[in-house]
Design a protein around this ligand. Structure first.
Ligand code: ADP
Ligand code: MG
Length: 236
């Protein structure tokens, strides 16, 4: 199966005199061309897992396999834009000169809804627009996987709702492969094709949601039932 394969991943951190065993044998397949959501309570090791899969950190033991060549891009809770660069220059930041194709970059900026803001600086943008620029920067890198760590968590309810819908559209139109971390059950239900519930350092359960083209209605019986199942799984 194409995608990323995690096998028996363990990760510990030394804290004071003790060892914190964060991930205790994660087995996980992350398919390409869809959204896999890692869901779990705060501190359960979601960011740690994303950092390991994104090769920002090494596991203590276990294996992470990618099929073929891969390039990963990241989007975090804060946009991490360069404050001294405008939107355009932030989006092409990190690309080599010969990789910058103007029409492609403009297309990406248009897709994320920042047309007309190419010359704006981060401080002139709303939080949602800053995250759009961060997503554009990730797309410009043409990654095989996009790792998103609670990218909408700092946004207000309305902006967050809009961004989630935009991300769905973007994923569908580009067939993007996304690993998305969140502690919000609703967000997981809105976005995930596969929802992976993490607890006590292991994958507690996986839910598969049939691919649909439209925006999901979380108030429909199917999703209410699914939400109840996830709540039970998390002992809430
Ligand atoms: N570099 C680190 N050093 C020590 N402890 C860490 C480090 N990174 C994360 N942790 C601890 O590992 C646990 C999981 O953290 P994290 O993966 O950030 O959780 P989540 O993203 O699910 O909220 C937490 O208890 C956190 O304090
Ligand atoms: Mg985190």
């Amino acid at each position: 199966m194409a995608g990323i394969e995690c096998k028996n991943i363990h990760k510990t951190y030394p804290v004071d005199e003790r060892t914190l065993h964060v991930l205790k044998g994660i087995d996980l397949h992350i398919p390409e061309k869809s959204i896999t959501v890692i869901l779990g309570r705060s501190g359960c090791g979601k960011t740690t897992l994303l950092r390991l899969v994104g090769d920002l950190e090494k596991p203590d033991s276990g294996e992470i396999h990618f099929d073929a060549e891969h390039k990963t891009a990241f989007v975090f809770q804060e946009s991490r834009l360069m404050p001294w660069l405008n939107v355009w220059d932030n989006v092409i930041f990190g690309l080599k000169k010969q990789e910058v194709k103007k029409e492609t970059i403009q297309g990406i900026i248009d897709t994320v809804g920042l047309k007309g803001f190419e010359k704006a600086y981060p401080h002139q943008l709303s939080g949602g627009m800053q995250q759009r620029a961060a997503i554009a920067r990730a797309l410009a890198y043409e990654p095989s996987f996009i790792m998103m760590d609670e990218p909408f968590a700092a946004l207000d309810y309305f902006t967050r709702d809009q961004m989630q819908k935009e991300l769905l559209r973007l994923q569908q139109s580009r067939g993007a492969s996304i690993l998305f971390v969140t502690h919000s059950i609703d967000e997981a239900l809105l976005l995930g094709h596969k929802i992976v519930v993490i607890e006590d350092g292991v994958v507690k359960r996986e839910f598969f949601i049939k691919t649909d083209s439209g925006v999901r209605d979380l108030l429909s019986t199917v999703f209410i039932d699914l939400k109840r199942e996830i709540i039970n799984e998390l002992d809430l």
